[in-house]
Design a protein around this ligand. Structure first.
Ligand code: DX5
Ligand code: ZN
Length: 224
């Protein structure tokens, strides 16, 4: 098993607490900031944009993990000011030119990930397997925080892990996104997940302090 990584979902953050939130993230070893970019077309919602990504880049050195939930990302990728070391996930369902956008991301020194919706079969990875550093497995239908986990999510994670391993890509990472609660995170880890997007059901869970949530999440995913 590779080292688990934690990526809090920034659409769940209280903007009034940006500074203290980033400080706490640093203190508890957060690995990436998960940025849900939504265009109101690919998903029926709007969230986080290019300026917000740039603002966060100025406020912290934690790398961004940009999840593009937009139509035709191949035509818009240059607007995102992608930095070396960042993760950028592109949905298989969002453009007929997935290879083009994945290679544009790699050229910038960032890590291209292929995102797949719950109903998208695993074998779409097949002809893209050399073009990616990881797969973002959606464990809810993309668009909104606070939804229940998709019933076949754990089976899907296992299938993706098996697919990658059997194609000599043991190094490729699996990121999970959607209702990654404390309970689900442990099950997802067991199924083969490496990067955990922490949203309203874990890192931003309202019933405890953020420090407590981060400590609990780090323990559950085996970071400490
Ligand atoms: C879903 C988003 C997620 C979401 C996850 O479209 O991509 O990042 O915020 O958080 P919860 O835990 O609320 O599902
Ligand atoms: Zn996301």
């Amino acid at each position: 098993m590779s080292k688990s990584l934690l990526a809090p979902s920034m659409m769940c953050m209280d903007l009034a607490r940006t500074e203290e939130t980033l400080k706490t993230f640093k203190e508890y070893g957060v690995d990436y900031l998960h940025m849900d970019v939504m265009d109101g077309e690919f998903v029926p919602n709007y969230a986080l944009g290019t300026d917000f990504c740039n603002q966060l880049r100025k406020l912290t050195n934690i790398p961004l993990d940009i999840h593009l939930m937009i139509e035709r990302p191949d035509l818009k990728i240059d607007r995102f000011n992608i930095q070396p070391g960042e993760i950028v996930a592109v949905h298989w369902e969002s453009t007929p030119h997935v290879p083009r956008v994945l290679s544009a991301i790699r050229e910038k020194g960032a890590k291209p990930f292929l995102a797949i919706n719950p109903a998208t079969p695993v074998d779409v990875i097949d002809h893209l397997i050399d073009a990616i550093d990881g797969v973002l497995v959606m464990t809810v239908n993309p668009g909104f925080a606070g939804q229940p986990m998709y019933s076949s999510a754990l089976r899907k994670i296992r299938q993706v892990r098996e697919f990658l391993d059997s194609h000599d890509r043991e190094d490729a990472l699996i990121e999970v996104d959607g209702n990654v609660s404390f309970e689900h995170a442990a099950q997802m880890r067991e199924a083969g997940a490496d990067i955990f997007v922490g949203g309203s059901s874990s890192v931003f869970f309202k019933g405890a302090s953020m420090a407590d949530n981060l400590m609990k999440m780090n323990r559950v995913i085996g970071k400490e």
